[in-house]
Design a protein around this ligand. Structure first.
Ligand code: SUG
Length: 416
């Protein structure tokens, strides 16, 4: 049966705070702090385990090869010789944020009835611009069955594409035809607009989406200026629910009217700026929650601890759950290590609607497999990385060996 599967990026052993993402306020603020890669990976694995226990199908992606020697070679250098910033770009563990791996259009939406995935080019940020090759390699293995999947290479530069983080899907049920909403940013503000409309339009064409069920919406300039470098920092959709901040979209009324016309049963849950400011929404990652449908049919939010610690946000959530709103349950997780680089629960996962039996089983989580990954992470992931450690050859070796061991543990030696 086709169902929604969340594929989380396993946090790689090189996770660090090099402050590489301009416009992502958490990344800038935490530049230079000492990271805890082992704790980061264990926090992510605990979220995966909890979602599995909630009855939600769960998959994962492996960290990419870091340092990325192949990328440095294209730039005429090596990890030993690269300047510190370039070396940090080659060592980033940023592929953990699987919401930026690809854009996914489920089979029910596409012309050929297959699930289409286009790998994101992530060209705006140097440290993310070299993820695509490793991601493509991995998705081609996980979704190799040509009867059910088509995995596409990224759209070409200069059109920036950041994948599912700027894509929402509204539908009566996950396997029913959906309305796909692509959110792009306009250039000209203090921070780069990382998703370009041209890229979103290309992805919609490549996936064979019907123009009647495809919507292109502009992110509001205030949201980008306030630090919402991806739409999934200010809005999230699941089935017929759109959960959004009042200031997420440039032409909000027109967008809501379009969505109501295309999906009359839509429920738009809008959080007013007067109750939760954009600043609080962004620092707490209220909208970067995973909005999921539990086996009971009820909707739940999987939130980061920061949402409970932000009074305006927690007040709003408590009132919503106490009232008659569509979101019935709140689950809070400690994802502090990822959050400190601007990645919340929803950034860490890529949603794919498919029959799990059609996916390479090596990427599907089971409690026993999570036990084995956890044990390996506890043994091999560095406990801490300070920014100056990035120039230590011993750290590069540790990162390479830890990842190779994970590939081998999961029977994925071809990715080593
Ligand atoms: O691209 N942070 C990521 C966070 C991505 C969050 N993803 C979604 N919103 N879906 C980014 O800005 C920080 C890395 C550093 O600074 O070292 C970073 O890349």
């Amino acid at each position: 049966m086709r169902t929604e599967i969340n594929f989380d990026g396993i946090v790689g052993p090189s996770h660090n705070y090099a402050g590489l993402s301009l416009g992502n306020l958490a990344s800038t603020k935490n530049f230079g702090k000492t990271s805890a890669p082992r704790a980061a990976a264990l926090q992510g694995l605990a979220k995966m385990r909890a979602n599995l226990e909630r009855g939600l199908p769960q998959g994962f992606f492996l960290p990419l090869r870091r340092p990325d020697a192949a990328w440095l070679a294209q730039l005429g250098t090596t990890v030993e010789d690269a300047a510190p910033t370039l070396r940090a770009n080659a060592l980033s563990a940023s592929s953990m944020w699987a919401a930026n791996a690809a854009t996914v259009s489920p089979a029910a939406d596409t012309a050929d009835g297959r699930c289409h995935l286009t790998v994101a080019n992530l060209v705006t940020m140097p440290h993310r611009s070299h993820e695509w090759a490793g991601t493509l390699e991995q998705l081609r293995i996980a979704f190799a069955n040509p009867a059910h999947f088509a995995v596409h290479a990224p759209v070409p530069a200069p059109f920036g594409d950041e994948g599912a983080a700027n894509h929402m899907r509204l539908c009566a049920g996950h396997d029913a035809p959906g309305i796909e909403v692509f959110v792009y940013g306009a250039a000209g503000g203090p921070y780069p607009a990382r998703q370009h409309r041209e890229a979103s339009e290309a992805v919609a064409r490549i996936h064979g989406l019907s123009p009647e069920r495809t919507v292109f919406a502009r992110q509001s300039d205030e949201a980008i200026a306030a630090g919402a470098f991806h739409n999934d920092v200010v809005a999230v959709a699941n089935e017929r629910v759109l959960f959004t901040h009042e200031q997420a979209f440039a032409e909000r009324d027109a967008l809501y009217a379009t969505l109501h016309a295309k999906l009359p049963e839509i429920e738009i849950v809008e959080v007013p700026a007067a109750e939760v400011s954009l600043a609080d929404a962004i620092s707490s990652y209220l909208f970067n929650a995973q909005l999921v449908t539990l086996p009971s049919g009820e909707a739940a939010l999987v939130l980061p601890g920061e949402a409970r610690e932000t009074p305006s946000v927690w007040r709003w959530l408590q009132a919503h759950v106490a009232g008659n709103g569509p979101i019935r349950h709140l689950f809070v997780h400690d994802l502090r290590e990822s959050m400190a680089n601007g990645g919340g629960p929803a950034c860490l996962r890529l949603r794919v609607v498919a029959d799990p039996a059609t996916i390479d089983p090596r990427f599907i989580a089971t409690p026993e497999k999570l036990d084995r990954i956890e044990a390996l992470v506890a043994r091999l992931w560095p406990e801490h990385i300070a920014v100056e450690n990035l120039s230590d050859p011993a750290l590069w070796t540790t990162c390479i060996e830890a990842r190779v061991a994970l590939c081998s543990e999961l029977g994925l030696d071809e990715l080593a």
